[in-house]
Write a protein that binds this ligand. Structure first.
Ligand code: ZN
Ligand code: ZN
Length: 71
């Protein structure tokens, strides 16, 4: 459930109210590196996996916390 809005049920799917600041969690994004669709686990996330984030930001392998990219 959402702490920021009244979650409503539409066709059996839970949806955030329009304009809810937490609604980004419900929408897939395109990975900035490989182009795959993924569900972000935090708001500023722009890559689908640690591998993509490391490649995109030019970081050494293993430097990105996998917890940030848990499905
Ligand atoms: Zn919400
Ligand atoms: Zn990717």
């Amino acid at each position: 459930m959402c702490i920021a809005c009244e979650v409503v049920r539409i066709n059996g799917m839970l949806c955030h109210e329009t304009g809810c600041p937490e609604a980004w969690k419900d929408y897939a994004r395109e990975c900035a590196w490989c182009g795959a669709d993924y569900r972000p686990t935090y708001r500023e996330q722009n890559c689908c996996s640690t591998e993509c984030a490391e490649a995109y930001y030019g970081l050494p392998e293993g430097s990105v916390d996998p917890a940030d990219y848990a499905a």
